[in-house]
Design a protein around this ligand. Sequence first.
Ligand code: HEC
Length: 181
Amino acid sequence: MKVMKQMNVLQLAVLLGMGVSLTACGEGGGGEGPIVAPPLAPAEWADKHMPSGWWTDAAKLEEGRKLYNGETNPDVNCGNCHGKDGKPTKAGARDFRVADRMKLYSDSVWAWRIAEGVPNTKMKAWKSKLSEEDTWKLVLFTASYGLPGKGWDPATKSWVDAAGIPTAPTTVPAAPEPAGK
Ligand code: HEC
């Protein structure tokens, strides 16, 4: 009788365990918990965006890939936790392939989190090891996992086809005054 009871407790534990892992998968967040919008970027970052023209710049993307994989600086190796192929290797590391979550991040929030980290998690602040340009290259590369070919459009506050994002106007020389005036 006593043995039977223990068996039942064990079976219950197994069943519960299965239930928990099933719900985790069902959330579609890659086991990272429910998909919720990130906090707003602080004032310092709110108006910073991807440098003009970079969303479609393959060379910058490649520089981002090298940074991410620790090829540029071995002290900066995002792939150690987030995975070389974007499949996280450390539990809880953000899965950039989950577009439903990542599209809730503006480019400003994305860059801010890389620079400042996420308090009380394994995601530390990287700004001491990254220039601001490097930070944007990493936004560019990590966004390419879940949102390939897209870029953040500050005007519409949404991810759109990268080719459609206006680049900063190149300074055109002022048109000459019409003659005879
Ligand atoms: C030691 C492991 C580790 C390394 C290395 C690491 N991360 Fe993370 N990262 C995490 C974890 C864990 C989280 C999830 C934090 C949380 O719970 O919000 C995270 C979250 C993020 C987020 C999302 C932040 C948010 O608000 O959801 C971004 C963006 C990110 N990492 C980018 C990077 C980049 C770029 C690098 C390389 C410069 C990097 N990470 C290196 C562990 C790591």
